[in-house]
Structure formats: structure tokens, C-alpha cells
Design a protein around this ligand. Structure first.
Ligand SMILES: Nc1ncnc2c1ncn2[C@@H]1O[C@H](COP(=O)(O)OP(=O)(O)OP(=O)(O)O)[C@@H](O)[C@H]1O
Ligand SMILES: [Mg+2]
Length: 304
């Protein structure tokens, strides 16, 4: 990590990365999602591949390619809390780098770029971050930039809670997103948010691809429970009961998120068994009564 960039990026890593590969393998539904979206994302960053395709099949460079690269290399991942947006964004960049067979860098913007409230600080930090990402892309590499919790940086400028500083930052962000087009497919920006409606319309208009994330359905909860409870010795019918109890027909009348199951429910069951005995079915059922699913994020529109 370069000096001074720690304040800008919470993650800065070269791809392909073994940790991110393992992360993808433990994400339920990742492969299916990647299979569905990778071509759309690839068209945003694979300039060389498209040029070769055009030459091979049409024996010249099609004007269509210019139109493709007129688009903004901006992708939005949105949806409920704990549904895997951040983890998927990281895993997707890793898989794309692998698919293109190119070395790439992944930067994840830190929420610290909001700064400490000094005038112009947020804009200046955003500028610095994009400069670094662009510099790396300029070295003929591919750079991915993940802007997590994007609603905190890219909130609608017309909102009543939007302060002058926030508006300036959104303007800067828009300008920077316009700017990355000049890298001709060497930079891809992924915004993650659980408050899609809160994003500024000018940012949303620029998104070339938007992907929604939802709480897991019965099949996906079955899959994560089977994956994470492997070796515990639970019967198929015990798993099935957990699938039902963690869904909308369960005691909380709200489905558990992936994160609720993996990072809250299962540790809660373990707490009662560890270190003296094995986890049993009752530990899991009891954990469900003690751990409620995360509340859904309500948007401003929902409240009125
Ligand atoms: N598809 C999935 N399969 C298995 N586990 C998942 C999945 N999605 C999320 N998780 C678990 O939930 C944790 C949180 O996921 P992540 O941070 O990606 O969610 P998010 O959608 O970004 O949430 P937030 O809106 O709160 O930022 C992951 O570290 C992982 O343990
Ligand atoms: Mg997240």
C-alpha cells in the first residue's frame, strides 16, 4: 500500500487473489449470479477483446465499439442489508480479472473519505482516490473501485438532509465517474448500497448495470444451512425445520438474511454448546427465538 492511501482505501489488493476466490466459493448463489452478469460487466471493461471480436467477425472496427465505450463503467449493487453485496462485489472483480486473464488491482474506498467535516475535505479525498485508481489503470492495468455504503457519499443532492459539503462531494463523484470513461475500459466502479432510492439520480442515470440483492429464499437458506452445518450431524428434516423457521412463516414473520444466519444465528447456537458439548438441534431452535432477523431498511418513500 502506498504511503497515505490507508486513509482512502480500506482494501487495496492485486487480483487474482486466493482469499477472494475462497470467499466466492462460500457465497451461496455466487456462481449463478456471476454466470448471469459477467457478460454485461465484461462488455464494460474488455476493450481489447471487443476489438479482436470486431476484427475477427467483421474484418474492421465497428462503430458499435465506440458506442459501447460511451457508457459509464459504473455498476450498482443494491438491496437489503446482509444480502452479500459487498462480498459479491469483491468476488466479482476477482472472477472478472481471472476471466480476462489480466493482472488487476482492487481498491475499496473507505468510508473515512467522508473526512472529518472540514470544508472541501470529502471532495479532495474523493479526487485523490480516483487519481490513484486512474494512475494504476494508466499503467495498462485494470483497476476496480468498490464504493461501499455508497449512499453516504452519493446521496440525492435535493434531499432536505443534504448539506453543502455533501452536495459538493456528490458533484465531485459525478465528475470523477464521467472522467473514468477516458480510461477506455480499464477502470470499473461498483457502488454498493442498501438505500438505492437515496442515491442521486445523476449517479443512477450513469449506471450501465444495476443488480438487485434480496434476502435468501427457502432454497438459498437450505443451501447456506447445509453448507455451514456440515459435519454437525443434523438430519435433513432438522435442516428443513430451520429453513422454515428462518423464513417469513417463522416466528419473526421476516426472513433471515444470509448474514443473519451465518454471523449471528449459528454463533448464537454455538455459544450454548461450546466448550463442553456438541451443538444439537435444540440449540439451533433456541437460537432462532433469541436472534431476530435484521430489520429491513426502510426508504424515505416507504415511511410516507
Ligand atoms: N450469498 C451469500 N452466501 C453466504 N453468505 C453470505 C451471502 N451473502 C452474505 N453472506 C454473509 O453475510 C456477510 C455479510 O455480507 P455482505 O457484507 O456482503 O452484505 P451486504 O449486502 O454488503 O450488507 P450491508 O447492506 O449491511 O452492507 C458475509 O460476510 C457472509 O458471511
Ligand atoms: Mg455491504
Amino acid at each position: 500500500m502506498k504511503e497515505g492511501t490507508a486513509a482512502l482505501f480500506e482494501l487495496e489488493t492485486s487480483l487474482p487473489d486466493a482469499r477472494l476466490k475462497t470467499q466466492a466459493e462460500r457465497l451461496v448463489g455466487f456462481k449463478a449470479r456471476y454466470d448471469r452478469i459477467h457478460q454485461d460487466l465484461r462488455l464494460l471493461i474488455d476493450k481489447e477483446g471487443l476489438e479482436n471480436w470486431s476484427k475477427k467477425h467483421y474484418h474492421n472496427r465497428l462503430p458499435l465499439l465506440d458506442s459501447l465505450f460511451d457508457r459509464y463503467p459504473l455498476v450498482v449493487f443494491h438491496g437489503d442489508v446482509g444480502t452479500g453485496k459487498t462480498a459479491t462485489a469483491e468476488a466479482v472483480t476477482n472472477a472478472l480479472a481471472g476471466e480476462l486473464g489480466k493482472g488487476a488491482l482492487l481498491f475499496k474506498l473507505s468510508t473515512r473519505v467522508r473526512g472529518s467535516g472540514n470544508v472541501g475535505e470529502m471532495s479532495s479525498l474523493i479526487n485523490q482516490a480516483f487519481d490513484i485508481v486512474g494512475e494504476e489503470a494508466g499503467k495498462a492495468k485494470l483497476s476496480f473501485l468498490i464504493i461501499d455504503e455508497a449512499d453516504s457519499l452519493a446521496a440525492n443532492r435535493s434531499g432536505s438532509q443534504s448539506h453543502h459539503e455533501d452536495k459538493v462531494a456528490v458533484n465531485t463523484l459525478i465528475q470523477k465517474i464521467d472522467d473514468v470513461r477516458r480510461f477506455n475500459g480499464r477502470v470499473l466502479v461498483i457502488l454498493c448500497t442498501n438505500r438505492y432510492e437515496a442515491l442521486d439520480p445523476a449517479i443512477l442515470r450513469r449506471a450501465a448495470y444495476v443488480e438487485e440483492f434480496r434476502r435468501p429464499d427457502d432454497g438459498e437458506r437450505r443451501e447456506i444451512l447445509n453448507l455451514d452445518c456440515e459435519g454437525l450431524g443434523l438430519t435433513a428434516s432438522a435442516i428443513e425445520e430451520l429453513v422454515q423457521l428462518t423464513g417469513t412463516h417463522g416466528p419473526h414473520k421476516l426472513g433471515y438474511t444470509f448474514s443473519d444466519i451465518r454471523t449471528r444465528l449459528l454463533p448464537e447456537a454455538l455459544v450454548h454448546a461450546y466448550p463442553t458439548r456438541k451443538i444439537n438441534h435444540t440449540d439451533l431452535i433456541d437460537a432462532i427465538s433469541r436472534v431476530a432477523p435484521s430489520p429491513t431498511i426502510f426508504t424515505t418513500e416507504d415511511r410516507v
